[in-house]
Design a protein around this ligand. Sequence first.
Ligand SMILES: Nc1ncnc2c1ncn2[C@@H]1O[C@H](COP(=O)(O)OP(=O)(O)OP(=O)(O)O)[C@@H](O)[C@H]1O
Ligand SMILES: [Mg+2]
Length: 451
Amino acid sequence: MAYRILIADRDLTSASLCQQVLRHLGHQATVVDSIARLQQALARGDADVLWVDESFSGLDGSAVFHKTARPLDIILVGRGNSTREMGGALPGNILERIQKPFSAEELSSTLQRALERKMLNQENALLRKRLQARLELEGLVGSSAKMQRVYDLIVKVASARHPVLILGESGTGKELVARAIHALGPASQEPFVPVDCGALSAHLIESELFGHVRGAFTGAHQNRTGLLLAAGKGTVFLDEIGELPLELQAKLLRVLQEREVRPVGSNQRLPLQARVMAGTNRHLEGAITQGTFRKDLFFRLNVVSIKLPPLRERKEDIPALAYHFLRRFTGEGSPIEDISREALTCLMGYDWPGNVRELENCIQRAVTLGSGREIQLHDLPSSLQYGLWAREPTAVPTLEQVEKRAILEALDAAEGNCLRAAKLLGIGKTTLYRKVKEYRLENPGRSAAHR
Ligand SMILES: Nc1ncnc2c1ncn2[C@@H]1O[C@H](COP(=O)(O)OP(=O)(O)OP(=O)(O)O)[C@@H](O)[C@H]1O
Ligand SMILES: [Mg+2]
């Protein structure tokens, strides 16, 4: 790839040597010998990379860079150790540093290293962007640093077949991540089979997972293929693995070790081809200490674990998620197309104990309730509206806030019935109507089913 390099160096010997080497390497190189020309060239956006001598930039670069809008890739040129101190405050990415005097070979290898690094950075950025787009296709939204680490892990484990343990509080997206790993892997065309280990009795889950043969137990009128086999070469996601009864933990461990499944009531062993992943919001090490989870199964499942951060630890993802759900729940022709600033501030201020699922439900509810162009503060659940001040125990709430909260709590307790709410508050119904209107809390006629 050919780059445009701007050479800002008053030392014409080194500037023209640099220009020759760069042209020889197939790049465009232009020399500027004054700060004014350099600033003009930067303002025009004429450079991909800047070779800049310390006499130009000064130690903090302020003489040169105050007018450039975009960050630059820079090769810093100095004397002695000066380039080590320089650059910290420069608004760009330092590709290489070189000290004068230098030999032609030194110059050539420094330039080549710098430009290769630039190309690698570009390729990495492109790959990351493509990956982001791909993950978005899988429904994963959020670009916080914590989610980037999750995405990196998803990509790393997607091509393998070993078990993955996905940890995280309820609603953090464990199943979604399991689906993304499956979808990015080589067996994406095969089935993805989620099993909720917490929802079924021990007996049912055994035949659900391993299958059974006719007559294995009362009511087993015909053979049944278990989900571990039904998944074929795809993925079985054992959700809430922490809830799996101990006896089944032993059976599952055997299946994973031997890669064979024996249906209930059968002597036949059938090969397990599916990849097994598991998820839990429980602290499995604690369950091991208490004797409710097998250590050996934990080690077998925990070849790689991915820990999903709770939403409160990546609040910067809230706007993108909120708009993602807004788009999902507003069909074509829906009047709602935005979220008011007040409502967004409220979403950002809340701690989301139910994580992304709670945010998803909250936006769905607001879309159902809202009528204007924007989701408004009063379209959000009252728990969120209190959230604006309830989380700051040191801050004394104003009387207005206390009153708002009392009204919302009474309306919640009275399931939206204003007369009952007014009685609970010890005020007249008309006063309650007036205050609800004044504070724009809720449409008092609105059905309690919405809250
Ligand atoms: N990063 C995300 N981007 C978009 N949607 C998400 C994200 N994380 C979670 N969701 C959505 O939130 C909801 C809950 O996600 P999921 O069921 O994967 O969570 P979970 O951790 O398995 O929860 P639980 O522990 O309750 O089973 C789903 O509707 C999912 O689509
Ligand atoms: Mg789940």
